[in-house]
Unconditional design. Structure first.
Length: 431
């Protein structure tokens, strides 16, 4: 691709507030790692400030990405990860306190110092502004959608008609399903769709299901001509690394894992009811459930359920702040990944688990069908009995059946960052 890329770093920059990356943060990091691989290249990074969008050179943007990645501890091997060690002991039946991290509540001063250090390392100059410093005829790429609801941050594009803006819209869930998001997020997301309709030269969608929804929303805003390029999200390199030689599985006993932000639409409540029912019926050798994800805006139902249901916390483990290498081992060792969401724009954990050879049981929704194809098992997100039956069946399988399931997943067409950019870059170059 000959055109320079002006890549918006806002999502990755804000994502540094968390101790470890979420799936959407890893997407931003994947883009940044490749766009700024050449420190002397002509690509630039954009970061927000109270005065507008500032511009970083390729070298400065690469330094900023490296600083965020170090904060996320992505290079820490699983064998030296305190939180993974804690999970191993919990799955073995021990009751111990979870290790804290610098990003745990009450550590706000660490975040302030961290941001100050990252800005210093990037040598961000407030004198370089997007309207003047973005290269001529650049493609402006925003895959984080974090500021789309604040149109003021895109006013610089009025002075740069030569720049072609491209936005990725991961989903329209807050607009189409406001019951899961609340009024503030729903209004903000709706403004983001309006910003895209007004500003975008083209858009990127992560699935045909979300692209269809986006196309309808844009049509209502008068943008029936918007090119929408559909390309599935890739699996991070850190998740595709081979198993540690001689490494032990996370647990010698069967367990299941649910990965994703803890909120209402992820439907963790169904899994908790399933585990409570199995516990109360005295199911022998009850497998454990590991819920991995940061807490969203509406988590009280899940957290209170685990804390107040007598005995449930012995079988259900909630944790967050896992590095990608640790997450890789947790998913790889699980009997299956459970994904009972009511709605998704893509469903990245489904693709990640299948790429790692871990079977998937997912809700029967269009996005999951598109991502998992014939490699996953699909159940209605409201049929608790069906989920319970499937969990007990998988937990009781012998080694031969387990090995056979995992072997069949070797044919899953994993999207890597290399194959992803082989698809995206020609699209951007033809704008």
């Amino acid at each position: 691709m000959n055109k320079p890329i002006a890549f918006d770093l806002t999502r990755m920059f804000v994502g540094a507030a968390g101790g470890t990356p979420r799936g959407i943060d890893r997407v931003d990091m994947g883009y940044a790692s490749r766009i700024f691989a050449d420190p002397q290249g002509g690509n630039v990074g954009l970061v927000p400030s109270p005065a507008g969008m500032g511009v970083l050179t390729s070298r400065e943007a690469g330094q900023l990405a490296g600083s965020v990645e170090r904060h996320w501890r992505e290079s820490k091997p699983p064998g030296r990860d305190d939180r993974l060690a804690w999970l191993r002991r919990r799955l073995a039946g021990e009751s111990i306190a979870l290790p804290t991290t610098p990003s745990d509540p009450g550590e706000g001063s660490h975040a302030v110092l961290r941001y100050a250090g990252m800005v210093r390392e990037a040598r961000w100059s407030p004198l370089r502004w997007a309207a003047r410093s973005v290269p001529r005829n650049a493609v402006y790429v925003n895959v984080g959608q974090i500021l789309l609801g604040s149109g003021w941050f895109f006013n610089w594009l009025d002075k740069r008609p030569d720049v072609k803006p491209v936005f990725m819209m991961h989903d329209l869930i807050p607009v189409l399903y406001p019951e899961y998001s609340g009024p503030i997020l729903s209004r903000h997301h709706a403004r983001g769709v309006a910003t895209a309709a007004c500003r975008a030269h083209a858009m990127i969608a992560t699935s045909h299901a979300s692209a269809d929804e986006l196309r309808d929303a844009l049509a209502h805003l008068g943008r029936r001509d918007m090119p929408i390029h559909v390309v599935p999200l890739p699996i991070s390199d850190s998740l595709l690394a081979p198993p540690v030689e001689g490494g032990e599985p996370v647990s010698s006993k069967p367990y299941f894992v649910a990965v994703g932000n803890i909120d209402q639409r992820k439907n963790h409540q169904l899994l908790l009811h399933v585990w409570r029912d199995m516990m109360q019926r005295g199911v022998p050798a009850l497998p454990k459930l590991v819920i991995v994800g940061s807490r969203g805006l509406r988590t009280a139902g899940v957290i209170d359920f685990i804390a107040r249901c007598p005995g449930l916390s012995d079988h259900v483990v909630e944790m967050s702040e896992l590095t990608s290498p640790a997450m890789r081992e947790v998913i790889r060792s699980a009997r299956a990944l459970l994904m009972p969401s009511y709605t998704e724009g893509f469903g990245l954990p489904v693709a990640e688990a299948l790429a790692l050879g871990t079977p998937v049981i997912a809700s029967d929704i269009p996005a999951h069908r598109e991502v998992g194809g014939t490699f996953a098992t699909y159940l209605p997100p409201t049929d608790g009995l069906a989920w319970e039956h499937e969990v007990l069946s998988r937990a009781g399988e012998d080694g031969v059946l387990v090995w056979g399931r995992r072997t069949s997943l070797r044919r899953y067409p994993t999207q890597t960052w290399t194959s992803y950019f082989n698809d995206v870059l020609p699209f951007l170059g033809e704008l």
